[in-house]
Design a protein around this ligand. Sequence first.
Ligand code: ADP
Ligand code: MG
Length: 463
Amino acid sequence: MKNTVNENTVNENTVEKSTTVGNAALPVITATHVSKNFLTDNGEDLTVLKDLSLTLHEGEIVAILGRSGAGKSTFLRILAGLVPPSEGKVEYRGTPLSGPNPGVAMVFQTFALMPWLTVESNVELGLQARGVGRKARKEAALQAIDSIGLDGFESAYPKELSGGMRQRVGIARALVLKPDALFMDEPFSALDVLTAENLRQEVLKLWSDGSGSLRSILIVTHNIEEAVQMADRVVVLGSHPGHVIADVPITLPRPRDKHAAAFESTVDSLYAILTGKADASQGEQQKQALSGLQQMFADSSQGNRTLPDATPGGLAGLLEIVAEYPDGVDLADLASALTFEVDDLFPLLDAGALLGMLDVKEGHVRLTSLGREWNDADILDSKTIFARIAMSHVPLVRSIDRTLRQSKNGKVRGDLIVDLLRGKHTDEVAQQQFRIAVEWGRYGELFDYDSDDDTLSLDEGGQ
Ligand code: ADP
Ligand code: MG
């Protein structure tokens, strides 16, 4: 996708240009100057979206990136014709919408399956609503089910499926409609990290395999890496009210390597835009970076659990033991082998699961491939691997790392981080979370902490 706007574009005039100039592909869906107001419970008129313009072109993947509450879902619903805008207009292939967008099928974060229907019937629902006959319906459903790796599960019920399999049903149900544009609202955020990663890859494979079942995609996410991994273009929304602050083409070759330097620097520049760092003058910049920081810390402790109180060393020890059981081990057996109570293992198990190294299910624990990789590594590699995992799985570690990188001298007072954490936690928990994140970051040689003068610093040796 050709584009004329560079990564640091934050000027609204230029942003607008990028969505209307320089693209050879035809527009599929166009939003022009869309605003949305809601009447709140206490009768106030709340502006949720202000003056958003966006074009989704044929064959393009666009990600809408923004914080929780920025209005992403509302915007997606307006583009899908499920909610009318208060101002502005939405067109599908040049025709203004006057109801549900006929070119769109939607995948939801919560899967939204009918629990009383089998996989196949769930997938057939939309076709049924369109009046497609029984035989054609079945044929199309089986093909969609097959394409997303669900064959063999046609007659299963949603409750019998894991979260990842349920979302496959959600995707099959959308694909079966052969939509001009597939809309996905945080489709992977309810899944564990590895499942999410797998499913992302499969969606990308379907999109790129040229079979035509998947053409344009509009994905809403608050996950910067996900946006960079998937999108041809990332539209960044600012909050209160939701507005477009940048429209960033992502030209990295596919398939994209998350660990490539170019990938990471793209993530960093989007991060800067999202936290308001990229467009501000000096004094303003400080203020904005700080409020971005505050939000980021609030976000990183929101949906996520608090960090379990476990040390990397303890976790390594547990993994060593679990690795001795190729098929995994029952928790009760593991606890008695260690002469501990099952409860005592919870922080370590939680940490292993949070980091994607352990798979804990129904009283049984196994190493994941990531866990195996860490367990098998020699001591030097194991630090690097741990650093990588902590950065990708633990928002608080990532936030501290980013904060240090943003600061001029690579140092930050520990109290600043603790204060930011106090926005979401009691004092005691804030202190504890800080201590755990520091332990993990130190172990991975990401950053160091000097308790004498309460100073966090980047671990230069580690980078
Ligand atoms: P996001 O998906 O980015 O998290 P949403 O689009 O869900 O954001 O919500 C944006 C804002 O609009 C929130 O403050 C939310 O409370 C408000 N909002 C969404 N829908 C309604 C509604 N039907 N009535 C009133 N406020 C709403
Ligand atoms: Mg949302």
